[in-house]
Each structure stands twice: as structure tokens, then as C-alpha cells.
Design a binder for this molecule. Structure first.
Ligand code: MG
Length: 163
């Protein structure tokens, strides 16, 4: 059984992951509004992935006999000026989530909570992947700049993302 401090942070992480899902869904809607349907598709899948992350934490808390206590979800941003600014926002958010996962690992190590530490290993790896993906897309949008054809191609490419 995890400590109360660990349980509190695991519960907070359910909120963080649900908020991530909410944020990316808001970005998907903004992309759809701009007729960038490939980007919207990418963000919709990203949103679903974040929901799945939330459910992994949810299930883990139940598995260790803890009580799930859901927290309030704040309103995500609604409007972004450019596709680049959206993916920069996604990258900044993923860096924040990496900080959260590192905090959880720090607590698990401190408390010699090997089970939670082991559970978190997936998320440590996942965050490396998330940051790498977002960084690559940010760089792609920088490369394309104001080129409409490039934007069209990049939107198509991102729309090819599968679950
Ligand atoms: Mg996540």
C-alpha cells in the first residue's frame, strides 16, 4: 500500500492526465475551426491517449487498495493564433507533465515504494516519447513557416496518425 502522500499525488495525476486530454481536445477543436483537419485528427488521438493515461492511474490506485478522489478540471485555453503556437503549447504542457512524473518518481524512491516506482516506469518512457514527438512537430512547423503548400502537406502527414 502506498503512503497517503503518494496516494494524493496519484489522484492529482489523474486530474493532470484528464486535463491533458481536455487541453488537446480543445486544440483539436481549434484546428477543426481552421480547417486543418489532419492536425485536428492528430490532437483528437492525442486526447484519447491522455484519457487512457488517466485511466492507468485510476486503475493503479484501485489495484493498490486506494481511494480514487477525482479533482476539478480547469477550463483549457480556447484559441491559439497559429498551428506553431498550438504545438509549442503542447510541448510546454508535456514538459510540465514530465515534471509531474518526475515528482511522483521522487516520492516513490524516497518512500521505497517499489510497486509505484515500477508502475511509473511506463510514464517515464512515455514522456521522453511525448516530448520528442512534440519537438519534431514544432520544428516541422517552423520549417514550413508561411508556406501554404507546406502547411497543406504537413496537415496531411499529421492526419495519417493512427491510434
Ligand atoms: Mg499523459
Amino acid at each position: 500500500m502506498a503512503s497517503q502522500k503518494m496516494l494524493t499525488e496519484l489522484n492529482n495525476q489523474i486530474q493532470e492526465e484528464i486535463f491533458s486530454s481536455y487541453l488537446y481536445l480543445s486544440m483539436a477543436a481549434c484546428f477543426a475551426d481552421k480547417n486543418l483537419n489532419g492536425c485536428a485528427q492528430w490532437m483528437t488521438i492525442q486526447s484519447q491517449e491522455e484519457y487512457a493515461h488517466a485511466m492507468k492511474f485510476y486503475q493503479y490506485v484501485l489495484d493498490i487498495g486506494g481511494r480514487v478522489e477525482l479533482q476539478a478540471i480547469q477550463k483549457p485555453d480556447f484559441e491559439w493564433p497559429t498551428p506553431l503556437s498550438m504545438f509549442e503549447g503542447a510541448l510546454a504542457h508535456e514538459k510540465h507533465v514530465t515534471g509531474r512524473i518526475n515528482l511522483l518518481v521522487d516520492i516513490a524512491v524516497e518512500e521505497k515504494d517499489h510497486a509505484t516506482n515500477n508502475f511509473l516506469t511506463f510514464f517515464v518512457g512515455e514522456q521522453v516519447e511525448e516530448e520528442a514527438n512534440a519537438t519534431q512537430i514544432v520544428e516541422n512547423f517552423k520549417m514550413v513557416g508561411d508556406n501554404i503548400q507546406g502547411l497543406y502537406m504537413l496537415d496531411k502527414e499529421l492526419g495519417a496518425r493512427q491510434v
